[in-house]
Write a protein that binds this ligand. Structure first.
Ligand SMILES: C[S@@+](CC[C@H](N)C(=O)[O-])C[C@H]1O[C@@H](n2cnc3c(N)ncnc32)[C@H](O)[C@@H]1O
Length: 218
């Protein structure tokens, strides 16, 4: 049975790219480029959605794109075909993927934790930690609630729309839960004002991620 937020994505899949287009053009593409920079091997795009990251996948990497919403992933599949990119797709739940232990060199999750309900944040982080190899890294790009008064007011104003359209929020607590998932932060910085954060983390039994080349705070 699909949970409420997955049903939201089943419903908005045909509209997702249109609704997000302005953000994509204005700032998301720049961040997506950097989120996949400098990594190789077998890479998981966790919560791949309609495949907005596909143009930025590193060439030569084995890419696996997964999502809980078949309708979102169907659009990602079509994007990959259009772009002539080889990608493996799988519909699955990030909190219980069924994928083998240590099967990825890296996992990248862009704007997924803003959607995962609070009680699923830690299970998803634990699952990513399990399926990434020792020494492997997890990169997260996601919203945070700004500390600036004006930006906070704006975020509070648009929060109902964000919740309605994307089942998302600005207040996800993914960073503070990393240690509980036995993940250690190797990089944490704001990359769009103080409203979007990039995090690189590694399994505590692994080695350090070199971080994000070319990304500087906005
Ligand atoms: C806001 S969209 C972001 C999509 C894409 N990563 C991007 O950057 O455009 C969030 C995506 O996460 C997926 N998602 C949410 N919870 C999930 C879960 N538990 N397992 C797999 N995918 C999930 C949703 O179906 C949706 O496609």
């Amino acid at each position: 049975m699909q949970t409420g937020y997955v049903r939201t994505y089943e419903r908005i899949a045909p509209l997702y790219d249109v609704l997000d287009k302005g953000y994509e053009v204005l700032w998301k593409r720049r961040l997506r480029t950097a989120a996949f920079a400098g990594i190789s091997g077998t890479i998981l795009d966790a919560g791949a959605g309609t495949g907005c990251n596909i143009p930025f996948y590193p060439h030569g990497a084995r890419m696996v794109a997964v999502d809980a919403s078949p309708a979102m992933l169907d659009r990602a599949q079509r994007r990959a075909a259009r772009l002539n990119r080889e990608v493996e797709f799988q519909v699955l739940d990030l909190t219980d993927t069924g994928l083998p232990d240590a099967s990825f060199d890296h996992a990248v999750a862009t704007f997924v934790f803003c959607v995962l309900p609070d009680e699923l944040t830690l299970p998803a982080l634990q699952e990513l930690a399990r399926i990434v190899k020792p020494g492997g890294t997890i990169r997260i790009l996601d919203y945070t609630l700004s500390r600036r008064a004006a930006a906070r007011v704006w975020m509070r104003l648009v929060a109902p729309w964000l919740q309605f359209a994307f089942a998302a929020r600005y207040t996800a607590r993914f960073e503070e839960l990393l240690p509980a998932a036995r993940l250690e932060v190797s990089e944490s910085r704001f990359v769009f004002g103080d409203s979007v954060k990039f995090l690189a983390a590694r399994r505590t039994d692994g080695t350090q991620d070199a971080g994000l080349p070319g990304l500087h705070p906005a």
